[in-house]
Design a protein around this ligand. Structure first.
Ligand code: ADP
Length: 390
């Protein structure tokens, strides 16, 4: 059987899925190597969630992502008699130029390396498995699928900052991220709700990273994310939109170093920073501490504000869509957020919301509200198949 491997590499974890390409794409297994370099553990599950592997490894066996990639490759080769025909990678940054997935060659790899300064925390992790596979299997087609591509059609007005133009020219732009998720949801809406899919839609991807995207005719026209995945909504541990004056204050008045500011904004802020309890919405909903309730209130408040901003970008709004961990799984958070959208015409159907139906607004709701589970890996598999077959 011909299969495609999808790879999503983070700072200390390597997630992957395998898809059969026979008669359309279907998922065969998913796995992840966690704790790379510290306490590596490889877990792989089949489609029915049955455990296919659960191995602990020593840090010396899996010191880094290339080693993790080799180990996963070995497992797949030993276990599967399948023929690996291509590998698709999630790559956070496609810079100003890549507006679609691309087959990786030497030139493309050099371009992607040149974007490391735009995403220093993520891009090197995404590129490490690509290099490891190229070394072992130079013949194997590899495709880079970008979190930024889906937003490349934004107008110049939307993707500029009001700073001197020379910075825009060197790449300081409002790129937007989570693009693979939004593209998947936009496609899925065409299948599930064709009557609305061409309209003015705001999609809220609410997971440990969180953002919102304005879709017009199925295309992204605005995003809450900007130059980096720090902007917009507060997230599990990231701050979201912040006055740049706060950064200047931290540097000038508090004497913080850039590294310290970076850690503060990426790892110690958001729901975690505000609550002092957890970055996980489930834990915050259960907590009796007032700071946990406050953090959630702030999160919902900011989602409401950004919904208004994106509705303005669209000149009105026909539908609001929830996706990702919080959006797909938390009726309580959906209820609180929809309450902020009542002025836009949203009326929640409590029973449909509790069940997590596709449509969770009432029949007379002027704003339709949907829940559409995302699947970024399937989107990567589709791009990989399409790119290697053309
Ligand atoms: P990512 O892919 O960015 O890691 P996910 O989309 O998987 O994130 O979302 C993870 C987050 O979703 C968790 O941090 C948690 O806060 C939230 N989440 C998952 N399930 C639930 C639930 N039942 N209720 C509330 N929040 C949930």
């Amino acid at each position: 059987m011909d299969v495609i491997l999808v790879v999503n590499a983070g700072s200390s974890s390597l997630k992957f899925e395998v898809f059969s390409v026979e008669g359309g794409l279907s998922k065969l297994l998913k796995g992840q190597m966690e704790g790379v370099g510290t306490a590596p553990r490889l877990r792989i599950k089949g489609t029915g969630s049955e455990m296919l592997a659960d191995h602990q490894h020593s840090p010396s066996e899996v010191p880094d992502l290339p080693a993790a990639m080799r180990l996963v490759g070995d497992w797949l080769r030993e276990r599967h008699q399948d023929r690996l025909v291509a590998v698709g990678h999630r790559v956070v940054h496609g810079g100003p130029d890549y507006d679609r997935a691309v087959l990786i060659d030497k030139t493309v790899l050099a371009d992607l390396e040149s974007y490391v300064p735009l995403a220093p925390l993520h891009q090197p992790n995404n590129l490490a498995p690509i290099r490891a596979i190229r070394q072992r299997r130079p013949d194997l087609p590899q495709v880079a699928c970008f979190d930024t591509s889906f937003h490349r059609g934004h107008s110049a007005v939307a993707d500029h900052y009001a700073i001197p133009e020379r910075f825009y020219a060197e790449g300081v732009r409002r790129y937007g991220f989570h693009g693979l998720s939004y593209e998947y949801v936009a496609n899925r809406l065409r299948e599930l709700a064709p009557e609305i899919a061409g309209g003015r839609i705001v999609v809220a991807h609410l997971g440990s990273g969180a953002s919102m995207c304005a879709l017009l005719g199925g295309h992204s026209v605005e995003s809450t994310f900007g130059f980096t995945a720090l902007d917009g909504l507060p997230m599990g541990t990231r701050c979201g939109q912040i006055d740049p004056g706060v950064i200047l204050y931290l540097l000038d008045q508090k004497g913080m170093k850039p590294d310290g500011v970076r850690d503060l904004l990426y790892k110690e802020s958001g729901l975690m920073g505000l609550s002092g309890v957890s970055n996980d919405v489930r834990a915050l909903l259960e907590s009796l501490q007032s700071s946990a309730a406050f953090a959630l209130e702030h999160f919902v408040h900011r989602i409401g504000l950004h919904a208004g901003m994106l509705a303005a970008a669209l000149g009105g709004i026909d539908a609001f869509v929830f996706t990702a961990g919080i959006g797909e799984n938390s009726p309580e958070m959906r209820k609180r957020i929809v309450a902020k959208l009542e002025w836009l015409g949203a009326k929640l159907d409590p029973e449909r919301n509790a069940k997590g139906d596709l449509l969770i607004s009432t029949p007379d709701s002027r704003l339709r509200v949907y829940v559409v589970p995302t699947d970024e890996e399937l989107m990567i598999a589709r791009h990989t198949l399409a790119t290697t077959r053309t």
